[in-house]
Ligand binder design. Structure first.
Ligand code: C2O
Ligand code: CU
Ligand code: CU
Length: 515
């Protein structure tokens, strides 16, 4: 199958500012939202015909859902997607329920601490209900207690076996939790605080989305055309290909999110400027750090301040320097190296009184001696019956019995033992964790003897990772250790690789928090 993303001029479209979702109802003790999923057609670049997409509330990315910490929120997620797959992308599903003719969806707020019934369990999917009964119904009302500190979360589809396609088609948006402490810090806000959702995509000449065909039962000769990851031809930010943003010569706060299927982004400003990182996946850091580059694997976030003061007239390109596939692959070409452009072209409309505080939020460190359990979990390379690459967690597939059953309110350390050649962004639902360290080990020896023999000293987390995380890069030939407390809810959750092609093809496992 051939495709060609048309040649597109860089930095011709303005960066879309994603609209905020208004509540459907605001009670004394709760806020109620409605979010419909529909097909919509949007032009993702002014030289490109409109693409058929799947949208939340007619918007791609989905509207920003903004809540206050501890504000109880209900969201009715409604599937109004067409009953026939209209997308030109191949809609192959694997595993259970592959015969359901309609688009299956379920929404997960990534990084949120919620009761398991509202977490978007991959098998809790629902369709638009057309000609279906029983478990197939059109909508679900989920409850979010939002008991977390201020943080940058995101919501996206999580239906079993097709998450990569549903997100690729547009089903992703920001979910921001705010609190009083964050407001007291005097960070850039309002029009100077902008969420940036970074993704990569490919297009056909007619503007429709391109996604490589992945035959369900591939014949061996086709194997070469089946990609275990997806890397698009162009980058998009907030749903536009290579946009630009006019800025004032002042500080801006950007909430960076890698919402790509597989691509890692190593972000740099071509001016050589630093990012002042103030937050990780799940909230503010202890203090800001100035960094020349930021690595974001799929699903990772970084909350940063960029200072454009005294840069009047400059054009600054946000670039990607990450190899794809990460980490052994090729450097980005001139297309995938460009992400977006900042133009310091607006006059200063008011004095910039925002600050980069020297202290942000205390960061309690888990005591290693308080742990009740240590688990050793492998990331494995395997092959399916057709010889296709298959990545597994702990050498188990989705349907194997649940093996991780942490007890409520106990602290565990997980050793992620990567036996593959790839880096995998491992995400655990429900909890926030801290990265303890990474340590090189002899993978070949482990495969033979099942013992970890370390070949080097322990490497502390990078400064950018010293904060609350819900996704961690597990590098090849390293054991990555994370520590977390399970709670405050019991129930059924999942952990998985956030390379969506891996997640959809067995690199995901259930776990259950028990009393
Ligand atoms: Cu971002 Cu299990 O998801
Ligand atoms: Cu999640
Ligand atoms: Cu993976």
């Amino acid at each position: 199958m051939t495709h060609k993303t048309p040649d597109l001029t860089k930095f011709t479209d303005a960066l879309p500012i994603i609209p905020q979702l208004g509540p459907h109802q605001k009670g004394n003790s709760f806020t109620y939202y409605k979010v419909r999923m529909t097909e919509c057609r949007l032009s993702l670049h002014s030289e490109l015909n409109p693409s058929a997409l799947w949208c939340y509330e007619n918007s791609y990315p989905g509207p920003v859902i903004e809540v206050e910490s501890r504000e109880k929120t209900y969201i009715k997620w409604i599937n109004n997607l067409p009953s026939k797959h209209f997308l030109p992308i191949d809609y192959t599903v694997h595993g259970a329920h592959k015969d359901v003719p309609e688009v299956r969806t379920v929404v997960h707020v990534h990084g949120a601490s919620v009761e398991w019934e509202s977490d978007g369990y991959p098998e809790a999917w629902f369709t638009n209900g057309f000609k279906q009964k029983g478990p197939y119904f059109r909508k679900k009302v989920y409850e979010y207690e939002n008991k977390m500190r201020s943080c940058t979360l995101w919501y996206h589809d999580h239906a079993l076996g097709i998450t990569r396609l549903n997100i690729y088609a547009g089903l992703a948006g920001f979910y921001l939790i705010r609190d009083q402490h964050e407001r007291s810090l005097n960070l850039p806000f309002g029009q100077y605080e902008i969420p940036l959702m970074i993704q990569d995509k490919s297009f056909n000449e007619d503007g429709s989305l391109y996604y490589p065909k992945q035959p369900e039962n591939p014949v061996p000769e086709l194997e070469a055309s089946v990609s275990p990851e997806f890397f698009g031809d162009v980058n998009l930010v907030n749903g536009k290909v290579w946009p630009y943003l006019n800025v004032e010569p002042r500080k801006y706060r950007f909430r960076l999110l890698n919402a790509a299927n597989s691509r890692f982004y190593l972000l740099k400003l071509d001016s050589g400027q630093f990012f002042y990182q103030i937050g990780t996946d799940s909230g503010l850091m202890e203090f800001p750090i100035g960094v020349p580059e930021i690595m974001l694997a799929p699903a990772e976030r970084a909350d940063v301040i960029v200072d454009f003061t005294n840069l009047e007239g400059r054009k600054i390109i946000l670039e990607n320097h990450a190899k794809a596939p990460f980490p052994g692959g090729k450097m980005p070409d001139r297309n995938t190296a460009a992400v977006m452009e900042f133009r310091v072209s607006l006059p200063l409309s008011s004095i910039d009184t925002s600050v980069i505080p020297s202290f942000l939020l205390p960061y309690p460190v888990f005591k290693e001696n308080s742990i009740s359990r240590t688990r050793f979990l492998t990331l494995d390379d395997n092959h399916d019956q057709y010889g296709r690459e298959l990545m597994l967690l702990d050498n188990k597939t989705w349907d194997d019995p649940i093996s991780e059953k942490p007890r409520l309110e106990t602290i565990e350390i997980w050793h992620l033992i990567n036996l593959t050649d790839d880096a995998h962004p491992i995400h655990i639902h429900l909890v926030d964790f801290q990265i303890l360290d990474r340590r090189p080990f002899d993978a070949e020896k482990f495969k033979k003897k099942k013992v970890i023999s370390y070949t080097g000293p322990s490497i502390p987390p990078e400064p950018q990772e010293r904060g609350w995380k819900d996704t961690v890069r597990a590098n090849p030939e390293q054991v990555t250790r994370i520590i977390m407390k399970f709670g405050p809810y019991t129930g059924l959750y999942v952990w998985h690789c956030h390379i969506l092609e891996h997640e959809d093809y067995e690199m995901m496992r259930p776990f259950i928090v028990i009393r």
